[in-house]
Design a protein around this ligand. Structure first.
Ligand SMILES: *[C@@H]1O[C@H](CO)[C@@H](O)[C@H](O)[C@H]1NC(C)=O
Ligand SMILES: *[C@@H]1O[C@H](CO)[C@@H](O)[C@H](O)[C@H]1NC(C)=O
Ligand SMILES: *[C@@H]1O[C@H](CO)[C@@H](O)[C@H](O)[C@H]1NC(C)=O
Ligand SMILES: *[C@@H]1O[C@H](CO)[C@@H](O)[C@H](O)[C@H]1NC(C)=O
Ligand SMILES: *[C@@H]1O[C@H](CO)[C@@H](O)[C@H](O)[C@H]1NC(C)=O
Length: 470
């Protein structure tokens, strides 16, 4: 266990301290005092361990992975990284970077968060994550620092440092053979991106396990976020079971994907205009109908409603909508709200004043939803984006908690047949249930497609190497 290693370290340090102090007393009864001192220290340490264990075992949403041995290594240089994407893309990217830094024996500067993404969040790492816990819980594995040494800092301020995006989906040979020599040459290297820079598969087992250790033990949200997240969970729990619906039916998603099913003409125009306005969103001409039929669109609120009903979700179930503003608002949510009266979101559960400090920070708001999603009785994402995948993986890690992963291609086909009257309700419901019988977050092998990493199952949606022990 993690705590035991600490026990050893602490006992040694305290014993040493006691001997030094007592040596100075020059007392004849030195031995006896020493004995008592050692006993006292042992007792104190014992109590301390018990308390720590009690605190840790009660730690919200955490199960500890077995400890890794203390490691000593020669520092090969410094790595500085700029995470890119939304909260969950950054989150998995950061964990990959820690694993890469450890493997190369380099010192990692606390990652920089993306401030230019669509969400324009100015949050720093320490505003979203518990930076001190991050550093100390990894200190036996990899050195992470908040600041660079003065000479490298000057280089950074001066803009004369070396910077590059690492190749996507690389394995450890790339980092060892291509990247490490550059770090050794320049002492400092900057990665401009962190998303999906490490392969899903064919990595050493200890690297895969270490990725999990970073994600599920070391990377916690900042205390204020954890606290409010826990409060939302407690509020829901008091009233009974709850399902988190990650209803990714937000304006940016629809504009980006070009999916306009159920939108009126004015809305279609607005979404199309937005897509054309954002240069990064390359694919301009999109046929929404074709994309939807291929299972590539987020489920609409109406499709989600039929799915919930067909799966037999009780009307009494609390449904927590984890999302920002639903496009089309109340109009689109009407049938869900009518059938599921216990429809809530953080804004309806928590006083405005408590949410205010987080409101202008999309990553922090997303972190609150992440906490609630991980803790829910059922998690149902309507789109297979980063949040959906990362939460699915975290829930597997915590004991294969139920995650319904919609088969969107099959679903829209069934829904269209139901809506046109070709399928009666009972048959429709039966087919929807059958299609999802094996899509509930149970143990499963990750799909491997050598040479086509995008077609593989994402490591972070099913970190199977970390799940075998349970
Ligand atoms: C990293 O340090 C370990 C010792 O902890 C050593 O075995 C390993 O070869 C080092 N790797 C590199 C790339 O320096
Ligand atoms: C800063 O950059 C300039 C040129 O870009 C260079 O001449 C100078 O030596 C640099 N200073 C430091 C401290 O790196
Ligand atoms: C790592 O990737 C490179 C290039 O894609 C490949 O040639 C090599 O075989 C891979 N190594 C391992 C250990 O998988
Ligand atoms: C989109 O694709 C569908 C099905 O292939 C077709 O019927 C429709 O005309 C297309 N719409 C446009 C605007 O091209
Ligand atoms: C959030 O941002 C808006 C617009 O930028 C600003 O008017 C408002 O005061 C901010 N609220 C907080 C709590 O910082």
């Amino acid at each position: 266990m993690f705590e035991l290693k600490w026990y050893k370290v602490t006992r040694l340090r305290l014993g040493y301290l006691a001997r030094v102090t007592i040596g100075k007393l020059q007392n004849v009864r030195r031995d006896r005092i020493l004995l008592w001192a050692v006993l006292l220290i042992k007792f104190t340490v014992f109590i301390w361990i018990c308390t720590t264990m009690a605190v840790l075992s009660g730690t919200f949403g955490q199960i500890r992975v077995p400890s890794l041995p203390t490691r000593w290594y020669e520092n090969n240089g410094y790595l500085m990284v700029s995470s890119n994407g939304g909260l969950n893309q950054m989150r998995s990217g950061i964990c990959d970077m820690v694993a890469i830094a450890r493997y190369m024996n380099v010192t990692l500067l606390v990652p920089e968060l993306d401030k230019d993404s669509f969400w324009k969040d100015r949050s720093e790492f320490k505003d979203v994550f518990d930076v001190d816990h991050f550093i100390t819980s990894l200190e036996n594995e990899v050195r992470i620092v908040k600041e660079l040494p003065p000479d490298l800092k000057r280089e950074v301020d001066n803009g004369t440092f070396h910077s590059m995006p690492p190749i996507s989906w690389s394995n450890m040979s790339y980092y060892l053979n291509t990247i490490l020599p550059q770090i050794q040459k320049y002492r400092l290297l900057h990665f401009q991106k962190t998303d999906a820079r490490l392969a899903n598969n064919d990595l050493p087992l200890d690297v895969q396990k270490f990725r999990c250790h970073v994600s599920y033990n070391a990377l916690r949200f900042a205390p204020a976020i954890e606290k409010l997240g826990r409060k939302i969970v407690d509020t829901l729990r008091k009233k009974g079971p709850f399902l988190v619906l990650h209803l990714r039916y937000e304006m940016d998603m629809l504009a980006y994907s070009g999916c306009t099913e159920g939108c009126n003409d004015k809305e279609v125009q607005e979404l199309t205009r937005m897509r054309y306005d954002i240069p990064r969103w390359k694919e301009k001409e999109i046929n929404s109908t074709e994309k939807r039929e291929a299972g590539l669109c987020p489920l609409t609120p109406e499709e989600t409603f039929l799915t919930l009903r067909a799966l037999g979700i009780s009307k009494k179930m609390q449904i927590y909508v984890a999302a920002g503003d639903i496009y089309g608002g109340k109009r689109r949510l009407a049938n869900i709200a009518k059938t599921f009266p216990n429809l809530v979101k953080k804004e309806t559960l928590i006083p405005r004043s408590e949410l205010l400090p987080f409101q202008n920070h999309s990553s922090q708001m997303a972190a609150l939803d992440y906490i609630v999603s991980v803790e829910s009785d059922i998690f149902l994402p309507t789109y297979g984006g980063h949040m959906a995948q990362v939460v699915e993986g975290h829930r597997r890690f915590l004991g294969f908690r139920k995650t319904i992963v919609p088969d969107r291609r099959r679903l829209v086909n069934l829904i269209d047949r139901y809506n046109t009257g070709t399928l009666k309700w009972a048959r429709f419901s039966d087919l929807v249930k059958k299609a999802h019988a094996t899509r509930t977050g149970k143990p499963l092998r990750r799909k491997v497609v050598p040479g086509f990493p995008k077609e593989e199952d994402y490591f972070w949606s099913n970190p199977q190497e970390c799940l075998q022990a349970r």
